[in-house]
Ligand binder design. Sequence first.
Ligand code: NAI
Ligand code: MG
Length: 360
Amino acid sequence: SNPSLLILPGDGIGPEVMAEVRRIITWFGANRDLEFDVSEDLVGGAAYDAHGKPLSDETMAKAQEADAVLLGAVGGPKYDDLDFSLKPERGLLRLRKEMDLYSNLRPAQCFDALADFSSLKKDIVAGLDIMIVRELTSGVYFGEPRGIFEEGNERVGINTQRYTESEIERAARSAFELAMRRNKKVCSMEKANVMESGILWREVVDRVAKEYPEVELSHMYADNGAMQLVRAPKQFDVIVTDNLFGDILSDCAAMLTGSLGMLPSASLGAPMANGRPKAMYEPVHGSAPDIAGQGKANPIACILSFAMALRYSFDQGDEAGRLEAAIEKVLADGVRTGDLLAGEGVQPVSTTEMGDAILA
Ligand code: NAI
Ligand code: MG
C-alpha cells in the first residue's frame, strides 16, 4: 500500500503554502509513480475553532499512525488571549511530545541565487549546506526542579539542565546516521568547560562515535560554535547539540541563508514497526498574520519540508534532490515572492505562481 501522509495546514499562511505542497504531491503521483495516501486535518487555531482545543485526540491518534506528518503553521492574533492550555502552539507541542520527536533537523542551505540575501558576505555563505541536529525533548526546557520560588526575602527563578545518557545517545546516533548519508563529518557542541551535562554529553557522543568509525568527529564549546558559524560556517557539515544551544545556534544559522520563507525542518523520533522514524515536517516560519490571505506567502519553506519528508521518511533522496533542483532553477531564473525581493524593480509573484514555476 502507499505510504501515508497526514497534512495539518493550520492557520494563517499555513493553508496557503500547503496548497502548493499538495499540488506537488499530486505531481509526484502522476509523473513519478510515487503515490501517497494523503489525509488532512486541523491543528492550532483552526482546531480550536472546530473542537475547542488546539489538537483533538482523534487527530493525535492519526498523527501516531501516519508514516509522516506535514504541518503548515499555527497561531494568530485571534487566539492571543486564550488560556495557555488552549493556545494554538499547544497543539504543536502536544504532537512533538506525544510522538517523542527528539531529533530536530534544521538545515541551513544557501541557494546561490539568494546568496546576496544573507546577513553575511556572499563568499562566506555561497554554497553553504549544513545541518543542525537539535535535541528537542529534554534539557533545560523540561528539567526538574523548575519554577519561581521564595528564597529568604526574595524570589529565585530555577530551571534545570538535565540529560540522561540515553537521551544524549539517541540524539547523537541520529546525527551520526545523518552524517553517513552526507559528508561523514559531525561537530558536537556543548559547554563541557562549565557544565556537568556538557561533560556527560561529550563522553556519550565519543562513545556513539565508535560505532561510526568513518565519521570524523570534533567537539566545540557552543559559544565558540556561535562565533564559528558567523566567521566560517562552511567548516561544518552536521552539528549536534542540546535543546537550548540548538535553539539559538539554529536560529543563528538560519540567518546565514536569508528569508524565513526558505527554511524547512524535520523532527524525528524512534523507528516505527515499518522501520520509518516517527516524523513531522514543518517550515520554520509561523502563520505570518501580516500577509495571510493575500497570496503573498513564499511556499518554498513548506515545499522543502516535503522534500525532507521524501528523503528522511520515504527513502526518496533522488526525488527530493530533483525537487530542490527545481527550486534552485526557479530562483536562478529570478522568480521571487515578496519576501525575496532585493528591491531592484523585480515584480513579486504570488504563492500560486511560485508553485506554478516549481511545477513547471
Ligand atoms: P512569522 O514567522 O509568522 O512571521 C515573521 C515575519 O516573516 C512576518 O513579517 C512574515 O510576514 C514573514 N514570513 C514568515 N513566513 C513567510 C513566508 N513563508 N513567506 C513570506 N513571508 C514570511 O512569525 P511571527 O510574526 O513572530 O508569528 C506570527 C504567529 O505565528 C504567532 O501567532 C506565532 O505564535 C506563530 N508562530 C508559529 C510557528 C509555528 O507554527 N511553528 C513558529 C513561529 C511563530
Ligand atoms: Mg528559536
